[in-house]
Design a protein around this ligand. Sequence first.
Ligand code: 13P
Ligand code: SF4
Length: 321
Amino acid sequence: MIEKIKELKKKHNITIAAHYYQVDEVFECADLIGDSLELAKKSKQVDGKLIFCGVTFMGESTKALNPDLEVYMPRLGSCSMARMATNIGFDEAIKHLKDKNVDFIPVVYVNSTAEIKAKVASHGGLTCTSSNAKKIVEWVLSQDKKVFFLPDKNLGTNIAKMIGKTASIVGEDGFENTDIICYDGLCSVHQLFEVSDVEFYKEKYKDILVVAHPEAKPEVCDLCDFVGSTSQLLNYIENLPPEQKVAVGTEYNFVKRLKHPNTFVLSSTKPECPSMNETTLEELYNLMVAIDEGKPYNEIIVDKEVAEGARISLERMMELS
Ligand code: 13P
Ligand code: SF4
């Protein structure tokens, strides 16, 4: 299968992109690897066809940034967090903010649908990723505006703590008085990490370091030695001395692929992202064969107006990061 994939890549000028959370067999076939920010940037250099192995919002962002590129996905797996920010939920939150006369700029985490990104752009807002969320939030605050942060309340709250600002959930008592007002969404995978998991490792191994992705709960991140996006975690862990033990609170495929020899998964439950794990090597192969036979499927098509709005919110982020 791998040989045939290589042959079809050449024949049809196909580039394969894979997020770090993809299963090993798929990850190993990729020409472009990275976290969501890196892949969004790298996809701008691609011509021909792109097969994106990740979750739907990533394929959509790539298409919005490169309208002329043919983007396909072996499987349309949808991120649980992106699904939480619905059009209705967004409109209700905006109503709460307006009812309280909050002067805000919306910041939408890249883990969101193209439709929500477009809505954010129409309210003067922009996108962020976990790598640049702090920078984008600080920029909004420097404009003397409050931040409406969506969909991830954990990321929004963790950023607020990092920069000494206050955070709340939209609609809760007194929300209008905080600097960062979060939508009530989260990641079903990163919420698995518990304070008790950190305590377990800290008790078991003296001098162990504990690190996590900022989608983890604030009370867990508070106890961590380092909190960072996927690429920031990779960089931090791979630069540790080999004897240094480190427990990592993020997605399982990424953690088990780390080259550092003393790495532990910060959970007794296997923190696999079900949507990312759905893409298999066989599905990648089947899609490539279908392209070869002139019967491609799962092409990412985004409504023109939505794509334009999503592109604006992504480009505003790119300019700032
Ligand atoms: P990164 O922005 O770190 O790639 O994270 C994407 C994601 O889905 C994390 O759960
Ligand atoms: Fe979405 Fe969480 Fe999976 Fe990341 S790990 S893609 S936020 S469900």
